[in-house]
Design a binder for this molecule. Structure first.
Ligand SMILES: [Fe+2]
Length: 294
C-alpha cells in the first residue's frame, strides 16, 4: 500500500463557492506561507435546454483570486464529473495555472470516446490536461506540498487531493448524513469504492474533509466540511464499521433506483476534454446526444 506524505501542520485557508444549479462546491485553497493558490472542481454554467453556456460561477472564483492578489498555480479536477461542466480552460485562460486530473482519465476517455462515437481527432491520451497524477504523486502550491490519492469506484479516474490538513474528497464521500456517491456509471464499482473510502478514512482523524457535493438531506442547510473522525463515526453508508458486503449490497440496490444526472450528456463530453467544448467539422461548438448509448 502506498504511504502518503501527510503533513497536518500545514493549514491552508479554504474558501468554498456553492453552485446552486448543480449542488457542487468549488474551492480556492491558499498556501498559508505564500500568495499561491489552487482551485478544486470549478463549474461552468449551462442552460442545457437552450444550449447556452455562461461563466458567472467561474467569474466569482476569478474575482476572488484577483481581489486577494493570489497566484493560481493549479486547477484540479477530482474526476470527470457527470453532473456539471468544468470551467478549467476558461479560468486557465484568465489566470494561468496547470490543469490536473488522475492518470486513469485515459480509461474514461476510451469508454466515453466510444459512447459518443468520437473520431480520431479526440485524443484518448489525456493530452488535454497539463498533468496526469498517479497514486501518491506530489506537487506544490507555493511552499505547500500537496498529493493525490487514487480513489476509484465512483469513476475509474477519481482522486482525492490532500493539501496540508485539508482533503478534497471529490465524490468518494458525502457529508456523514449524505453517505456516499453512486458507483454505477461505466467503470464504477461499489466494492472498489468501499476500499477507496477506507483509504480516506485511514487519514488522521483531524484531517478536514471538503465535499464536492451536498444536497442538504432532510431539508438541512447545505454543508461541505467535516473531518475523517466524523465520517468514521457517523457516515450513514460506511461509518461505525460497516462491512464491505453491507455497503456493496446497499449501494447496488440504491443505484438501481437512481435516474441519470440531468447534465450527464453534456458533462461527459466537455469534462473528458478537460472542460473544452467539442466542435463539429466546421469548428462550431456542438454537443451530441447518443440515443440509447448510456
Ligand atoms: Fe461525480
Amino acid at each position: 500500500m502506498t504511504t502518503y506524505p501527510v503533513n497536518m501542520d500545514i493549514k491552508p485557508s479554504v474558501q468554498a463557492f456553492f453552485d446552486e444549479a448543480t449542488n457542487t462546491i468549488s474551492y480556492i485553497v491558499k498556501d498559508p506561507s505564500s500568495n499561491a493558490c489552487a482551485i478544486v472542481d470549478s463549474v461552468m454554467d449551462i442552460d442545457y435546454a437552450a444550449g447556452r453556456i455562461t461563466y458567472d460561477h467561474a467569474d466569482a472564483l476569478i474575482r476572488e483570486i484577483e481581489t486577494q492578489g493570489l497566484k493560481l498555480e493549479w486547477i484540479i479536477e477530482t474526476h470527470v464529473h457527470a453532473d456539471h461542466l468544468s470551467a478549467a480552460p476558461y479560468i486557465q485562460q484568465r489566470l494561468g495555472g496547470k490543469i490536473g486530473i488522475g492518470s486513469k482519465i485515459l480509461v474514461v476517455q476510451d469508454t466515453f470516446g466510444k459512447v459518443f462515437n468520437e473520431g480520431t481527432e479526440f485524443q484518448r491520451d489525456g493530452s488535454q490536461f497539463d498533468r496526469l497524477f498517479e497514486d501518491g504523486d506530489t506537487y506544490t502550491i507555493g511552499n505547500m506540498q500537496a498529493f493525490a490519492m487514487y480513489t476509484p469506484g465512483h469513476t475509474p479516474a477519481c482522486m482525492v487531493h490532500v493539501m496540508g490538513d485539508a482533503a478534497f474528497v471529490g465524490d468518494t464521500l458525502f457529508m456523514p448524513d449524505g453517505g456516499s456517491a453512486r458507483a454505477d456509471f461505466p467503470g464504477g464499482d461499489a466494492g472498489v469504492l468501499y476500499d477507496s473510502i477506507q483509504k480516506v478514512l485511514a487519514l488522521p482523524d483531524e484531517m478536514r474533509l471538503f465535499m464536492c457535493h451536498d444536497y442538504g438531506p432532510d431539508g438541512r442547510d447545505i454543508q461541505w466540511e467535516t473531518t475523517v473522525g466524523e465520517e468514521k463515526a457517523h457516515n450513514i453508508h460506511v461509518g461505525g464499521g460497516k462491512t464491505k458486503e453491507e455497503f456493496v449490497k446497499f449501494r447496488t440496490e440504491r443505484d438501481a433506483q437512481l435516474d441519470m444526472p440531468k447534465l450527464i450528456i453534456p458533462s461527459l463530453q466537455v469534462n473528458m476534454r478537460a472542460g473544452e467544448i467539442p466542435t463539429d467539422k466546421d469548428g462550431k461548438p456542438m454537443l451530441k446526444v447518443p440515443v440509447n448509448g448510456l
